[in-house]
Structures are given as structure tokens and as C-alpha cells.
Write a protein that binds this ligand. Structure first.
Ligand SMILES: [Zn+2]
Length: 350
């Protein structure tokens, strides 16, 4: 390892010091008065702090907010779920999207051969931030993701959005029209819970408008997703979750060899399914809803954009594991392909 190499050859640890050691062993035969660099080693550890910082940052969890196993739902097979999809279900779904802008290079893998062939280049891409109102006749009103609260977009510091994230993620471009509070005020019934596709800030940006006692559900291991970006985002995520009960992690056994990685019948009545769909984040979820007018797939950020979905190109820099992200995208495409009556709603575009 680079850092150890540097220490071993430190003048403090090698009798005679670095200069004499290199003079004796250099394949370049330099004299002691011109100490040679050993070019067989990968670099000289000039910036060990960069390695250290990278190591630490990769261990940064998405949030240090407590988690607990959720006590709802029953694991089922993909086949169990799919056998039901020809029949309408009991749920009504309302989709609300507000405007935002982000970098195409984050939303879409521009190095994918299909994107290269299409000549796509990085640019500012107009996108939406969604929330979905899920109404179940007996269970009541739930959300999938949270939209954007007025305060998050207009006064981000007041709800704990850190300056670095504000600067890096173009929070000021979010247009909370309607805001999550406005959507909930027209719903006219209490919220029973929020299912989060994942914990990225643009999916919890409506939390300031959601009562603090409402249960929040995530995929298994979602809170522990570790990426460098969390250096900027973890503090914000923690502050948005502060004062709330532990995140409820849905218990979905993983079967990477299956048609879908894992499926949970959330309400135990075959109406609403959480699909384990890792890659964008470790515990990313998609959802399949049996609505009164047929099945609906919410892909979450497994596919941000319409172009990515149509061309089977996974997200760009906004993901934690590219191989898994690609596999998850193809699994959802195959699912939709098996059910032509299924509506597909993407993470950030119609
Ligand atoms: Zn997103």
C-alpha cells in the first residue's frame, strides 16, 4: 500500500536515510548525490491525505439517523406478484411533479456506447421532482417520495440544508409549485406513512411539510449506502430526519438470481409491492401498484429519464454501484415488457 511504502522508506525508519537506500537499489544506477525515484512503485505517496480522505468518505453513510426493521409486509416471489397484474386493484394513485434542473452527466451514463453513439453531451436537463399520493380504501393515505417543500427550496438553511449541498446541487432551481404542504392540504385525510424510493435529498426534500410522527419506510440497508457524495449530503439528511422516529427498513430478502431482486407485498393484500432494486443506492426501491385502472410501475431513480428508459442506459455519476444499477434497470424493463398494460412512471421525467 502506498502509505506503508512511504513510511518504510522514510529517513526516520531506514538506516542511512532515503537517499542512501535509493542509491544502493535504484535500477537506474544513480549516484548517492542524485537520489533516484523508484519508478516501479505506483506514485510516491505525495498526497496520502487524499487516500485517507477518500477512504473515510466512502465509509460515510447516507445518514446516521437510527433505523429499525419494519413490521409490515410479506416477501413474495416476482411470479406471485405478476400473476395478479392482469386484474385492476383497489388503489388510486395521483402523481405530482415540480420543476427542477440537473446535470445530464449525473442523470445518464454518457459513456455508455448507446449514449456515445447518440452524441449526447453534458448539459442542464429539465427534470421533475415527484411525489405520489397512494390511496388505499382501508389503509388510508400514503406517499411515495416527498416532493419539495417551500422552505426547502426558498429558505434551505432554515430546514438544515448545508451550504455545500446548496451550491453543488442547484437547490435554488427547485420550483415547489405546488409544494408538498399544498398537496397534502388538498388530500383531506391524515398521512399514514411515507415510502421512500431512497434517501437522496431530492426525495426527502418535502419532509419539512410532513408531520414528524409519520412513519418513514426505506429499503434494507438504504441508510448505510456509502458514497463520497455523502460528505456533502449526510449532515443535511440527518437534519431533515431529526426529531423523527427511526427509519423503518422494509424486510425484503435479496435474491439477485431472481427475475426481480426481491418483492414485498406491503399491505398483505396484493395491492402494493415494494421491489428491491439496488444500484442507484444500496437499498433503492421501485414500487408496483395495482390501481383501479391497472398496474403502475414507479421506477424511482433506477431510471431518471425517458431517454435512459427507452434506450436502456443507466444513471451517470448519481449512483453507488454501476453493475447493480444496470441489472436493476434491465430487470424493470423486462418486467414492464412482460406486462404491456403496465404504466411506467420514471424517477425524474414523464
Ligand atoms: Zn432523484
Amino acid at each position: 500500500m502506498q502509505v506503508r511504502y512511504q513510511l518504510r522508506h522514510s529517513p526516520l525508519l531506514v538506516p542511512g536515510g532515503t537517499r542512501r537506500y535509493y542509491a544502493k537499489t535504484s535500477p537506474l544506477g544513480k549516484s548517492a548525490s542524485h537520489p533516484a525515484r523508484d519508478h516501479r512503485q505506483p506514485g510516491l505517496g505525495l498526497f496520502p491525505w487524499v487516500e485517507w480522505l477518500d477512504m473515510v468518505s466512502r465509509r460515510f453513510r447516507t445518514t446516521t439517523h437510527p433505523t429499525a426493521p419494519a413490521k409490515i409486509g410479506t416477501p413474495v416471489t416476482a411470479a406471485d406478484m405478476e400473476a395478479l397484474l392482469a386484474q385492476p386493484g383497489p388503489i388510486t394513485l395521483t402523481t405530482v411533479g415540480v420543476d427542477w434542473v440537473s446535470n445530464l452527466s449525473g442523470l445518464l451514463n454518457l459513456k455508455h456506447p448507446v449514449a456515445v453513439a447518440a452524441g449526447l453531451k453534458n448539459r442542464k436537463e429539465p427534470i421533475k421532482v415527484y411525489l405520489y399520493l397512494v390511496r388505499h380504501p382501508e389503509r388510508g393515505l400514503f406517499l411515495v417520495d416527498t416532493g419539495v417543500s417551500e422552505r426547502f427550496a426558498r429558505e434551505p438553511a432554515s430546514v438544515g440544508v448545508g451550504w455545500a449541498l446548496r451550491a453543488a446541487a442547484n437547490v435554488a432551481a427547485m420550483r415547489p409549485e405546488p409544494s408538498t404542504a399544498q398537496v397534502l392540504s388538498t388530500a383531506a385525510e391524515p398521512l399514514q406513512g411515507v415510502f421512500l424510493t431512497h434517501l437522496h435529498f431530492d426525495h426527502i426534500s418535502g419532509l419539512p411539510d410532513i408531520p414528524v410522527n409519520v412513519p418513514l419506510y426505506t429499503g434494507p440497508g438504504e441508510a448505510g449506502t456509502s458514497v463520497t457524495l455523502n460528505l456533502l449530503a449526510q449532515g443535511t439528511t440527518n437534519r431533515l430526519l431529526r426529531g423523527r422516529p427511526p427509519l423503518q427498513e422494509l424486510q425484503i430478502p435479496s435474491n439477485p438470481e431472481g427475475a426481480l431482486d426481491g418483492v414485498l407485498d406491503v399491505f398483505d393484500d396484493g395491492s402494493f409491492f415494494a421491489i428491491l432494486n439496488p444500484g442507484h443506492t444500496a437499498g433503492h426501491l421501485a414500487f408496483v401498484i395495482r390501481s383501479t385502472y391497472g398496474p403502475i410501475l414507479l421506477t424511482g431513480d433506477t431510471s431518471h429519464l425517458r431517454w435512459g428508459w427507452d434506450n436502456e442506459v443507466e444513471p451517470g455519476s448519481f449512483l453507488s454501484n454501476r453493475d447493480k444499477a444496470r441489472r436493476s434497470l434491465l430487470a424493470l424493463k423486462a418486467l414492464a415488457g412482460r406486462h404491456p398494460n403496465m404504466q411506467v412512471r420514471l424517477g425524474h421525467q414523464p
